[in-house]
Design a protein around this ligand. Structure first.
Ligand code: SF4
Length: 367
């Protein structure tokens, strides 16, 4: 197996389930969580790579684990990989404690991703989040006290009844915490969620677009670099782990529902937590990526970034390059992409229409 430098670990538990959430998760159950952690530790010990660059513990909510479970997990990671350039953990202010924070810091976690979503109590109630902005501030202070200063905050827009002004206030509130990174997500209503079952309607596209533009304006004026469709950073604190996905590096995902990609193979673990703990029917999907799949995926991921996707990176011969160039002639005239000898790059306006750009390329391959 090729050397893999990026590891994702999925914790499929949350203290409570948010009405809009479509991730692989279940309500935290201590005994089941014990088994998942035990199984994750076995998986960690079996990973081939002896050195890695980034590790990301996401979920679900890793901070929903007990102190003891977090300790076992972090201990096994730190033993296996004593040096990790970027070790991120997702946390929810609802279930974070000072003890958990100091434990993460003790084992070498150096980056946090905190779910804030909005700062108005009424909006947090609508989306069934059980924390307040006061909690966010408190947890942020703990992180700094423990020496973790690289903190990314997630905010959402397009929430039911949310106004642009409220979204702007949420951004300004979070900016008072001097974040190194912000990730912004539009609410999508998935059928399998409480919102989907309640037939909650998404906000109209126009308002959602205005909110996105407002975010770009507000955050760039505040000195943030908009380096990826949903991501902003100050002083180049890019998410190195997410960059590995956007740059199509190999990665291994551990835990229920986690995906891995190594060269031209992609596989996804079962989403069934019990099957995962028993090591039964572990792989839910295992696919060999064709040359076409890889080109499309490299473009889908690479064009999200505000940087050139080089022809060398796409690396599948001049035929492919000709097809992509021909397909994108029109989008180039529309000002959505820039094509040159080195490669191609989406423009700020093009990043609003990435889906259309990719469909155009796919159609050219179908001809
Ligand atoms: S805390 Fe995050 S992962 Fe858990 S239910 Fe809420 S949105 Fe989903």
């Amino acid at each position: 197996m090729s050397h893999v430098e990026h590891i994702y670990i999925h914790i499929p538990f949350c203290t409570h389930i948010c009405a809009y959430c479509d991730f692989v998760k279940s309500r935290y159950q201590p005994q089941l969580a014990d088994k998942v952690v035990e199984r994750l530790i076995e998986d960690i010990n079996h990973v081939d790579s002896i050195s890695i660059k980034t590790l990301y513990i996401g979920g679900g909510t890793p901070s929903a684990l007990s102190l003891n479970q977090l300790e076992l997990l972090c201990q096994s990671i730190a033993q296996k990989w004593p040096i990790i350039q970027e070790w991120s953990v997702e946390i929810n202010p609802e279930d974070m404690t000072f003890e958990k924070m100091s434990l993460l810091a003790k084992y070498g976690v150096n980056r946090l991703s905190m779910g804030v979503q909005a700062t108005q109590p009424r909006l947090l109630e609508i989306i069934t989040r059980h924390h307040s902005f006061e909690d966010v501030k408190k947890v942020t202070a703990w992180a700094h006290e423990c020496g973790i200063n690289d903190i990314s905050y997630d905010l959402m827009y397009g929430l039911p009844t949310q106004s642009i002004e409220e979204f702007e206030v949420s951004m300004h509130d979070v900016l008072t915490l001097n974040p190194t990174h912000l990730s912004l997500y539009a609410l999508t209503i998935e059928p399998n969620t409480a919102f989907g079952r309640q037939k909650i309607q998404p906000v109209d596209n126009e308002l959602e677009g205005q909110m996105y533009e407002c975010a770009i304006r507000t955050l760039t004026q505040a000195g943030y670099e908009h380096y990826e469709v949903s991501s902003f950073t100050k002083n180049k604190h890019y998410s190195k782990h997410n960059l590995s996905y956007w740059k199509y590096a190999n990665f291994i995902g551990l835990g229920p529902g986690a995906a891995s990609k190594v060269n031209n193979r992609r596989w996804t673990n079962t989403k069934n937590i019990h099957h995962y703990t028993l090591n039964e029917k572990l792989i839910q999907e295992d696919i060999q990526l064709s040359e076409y799949d890889q080109v499309i995926e490299k473009l889908m991921m690479g064009l999200r970034l505000n940087q050139i996707v080089s022809w060398n990176h796409i690396n599948h011969g001049s035929d492919i390059r000709n097809k992509v160039e021909k397909a994108l002639e029109k989008t180039q005239q529309q000002g959505w992409v820039i094509l040159n000898e080195e490669g191609l790059q989406s423009t700020a306006s093009g990043r609003l229409f990435l889906h259309d750009i990719i469909v155009t390329i796919m159609q050219a391959f179908d001809e």
